[in-house]
Design a binder for this molecule. Structure first.
Ligand code: GLU
Length: 409
């Protein structure tokens, strides 16, 4: 049987980090087995609908290469759910109340399934299951009915979803049984923990995929980071493109313990993927994050690329190229000496040699000399090689800055 999986987000305005992980796993499970990956917008709770979500979710998934084979929108399928609800009423498994249809939950029965992520049998006593509304008075189904009808109608073979949905599963199991549907494989993914512990949530930080992209994380890095939150290969390999992840995917790689979102690890992945880009590719990506032109960016990329953690860092790392820095009072004798040398020869590297002789004569440390120069030119104490910075700034601008620092009262 062809493997068919789905990602079923609700249109809440953004894609959650955990949602990206679910989508990537569902995609890999399908594609590793030559199957289909479906996208289904679960928009039956019209009160929670955030306008623009549909396009945003689609655009975000495409950014990661998580392309779907089929696309469905639940609000366009109401008749199917209404028909199923009528069937359940007819067979005595649901009943109409004032304004809504509710599922009847039997007393003292056990419902169970084998979770393919946790690789264990999970069961409930129906006495612990509440009677849920399945169809509302406005003709819209609730999640419970819609998800079961759709997973059946769409031929989904593996349902993968967040751990949050586990309490709904006994309701779904009963609906499957009452409608005579074959049960798909069901798997619940572990909860991602926030850096300070507890479940990763909006209150505790940035959980939005779109915001991470806006913050200058590369999609490849974010995806690589996310797929290793709860899944691991047999070896300790860490670097996976989407294609490689699909190729190496194995259901047994799902881990049972909750993973932790470690921002430093995400930063590390981002740096690994930044390193893979050529100067031109990197400059191209930086244009979206920088106030400067592609040409200006490209000139500076070789100098600062190793210092970037995210694409957002570029403008602050290169600010002093564009804005003359405010500098503290520095060793004026050093600056005067440097000015006189650079005036005569800016292109050659005689400064180094002359500086050493000057320092020896005046009993100054060479490190101090160059620090005074560095601060006068950039306003910073740590920068890429000063020589390269001065060459990019050019003779005139370098001398103006040195002179400005020298003439500070
Ligand atoms: N619409 C649910 C969500 O937003 C999907 C749950 C499921 O995949 O069954 O996560």
């Amino acid at each position: 049987m062809k493997v068919r999986t789905r990602f079923a987000p609700s249109p809440t305005g953004y894609l959650h980090i955990g949602g990206l992980r679910t989508a990537a796993y569902a995609f890999a499970l399908a594609k590793h087995n030559g199957g289909d990956f479906l996208l289904r917008l679960e928009d039956t709770d019209q009160k929670r609908l955030v306008p623009g979500s549909e396009e945003k979710i689609k655009g975000t998934l495409e950014t990661f290469g998580l392309n779907w084979d089929e696309y469905y929108v639940q609000s366009q399928r109401l008749e199917l759910y209404q028909k199923a609800a009528r069937e359940l009423v007819k067979s005595g498994h649901a009943y109409e109340t004032e304004g809504a249809i509710k599922l009847k939950i039997p007393e003292g029965e056990t419902v169970s399934y084998r979770d393919f992520v946790f690789r264990e049998e999970i069961s409930w006593n129906t006495n612990d299951v509440f009677e849920p509304v399945i169809l509302k008075s406005d003709g819209f189904p609730t999640y419970h009915l819609a998800v079961v009808v759709d997973d059946h109608e769409m031929g989904i073979t593996h349902v993968l979803r967040g751990y949050d949905w586990m309490p709904s599963t006994p309701i779904h199991l009963l609906i499957y049984k009452y409608l005579g549907y074959e049960l798909p494989q069901i798997g619940h993914l572990t909860d991602i923990q926030s850096p300070e512990g507890g479940k990763l949530s909006k209150r505790k930080g940035n959980v939005s995929v779109e915001r991470h992209l806006d913050d200058g994380y590369l999609p490849e890095a974010l995806l690589n980071f996310v797929v290793l939150l709860g899944w691991a290969p047999k070896d300790n390999r860490e670097m996976f493109t989407l294609e490689e992840f699909v190729e190496n995917f194995n259901e047994n790689g799902f881990q049972k313990s909750n993973p932790r979102f470690v921002p430093d690890k995400l930063n590390w992945f981002n740096q690994q993927y930044l390193k893979k880009l050529s100067d031109e590719e990197l400059a191209g990506k930086l244009t979206k994050f920088s106030a400067h032109s592609y040409e200006e960016i490209l000139k500076l990329v070789p100098l600062v690329r190793d210092r970037l953690v995210t694409l957002r860092d570029f403008d602050s790392l290169t600010e002093y190229f564009f804005v003359r820095p405010e500098v503290p009072v520095e060793n004026k004798k050093v600056l005067e000496h440097a000015i006189s040398v650079l005036k005569k020869d800016f292109a050659g590297k005689i400064l180094e040699e002359k500086a050493r002789a000057f320092c020896a004569a005046k009993n100054i440390k060479v490190g101090e000399y160059f620090m005074a120069l560095r601060v006068a030119v950039t306003g910073k104490t740590t920068t890429p090689p000063l020589w390269d910075i001065m060459q990019i700034l050019g003779k005139d601008e370098t001398l103006i800055r040195l002179d400005h620092a020298r003439s500070k009262p």
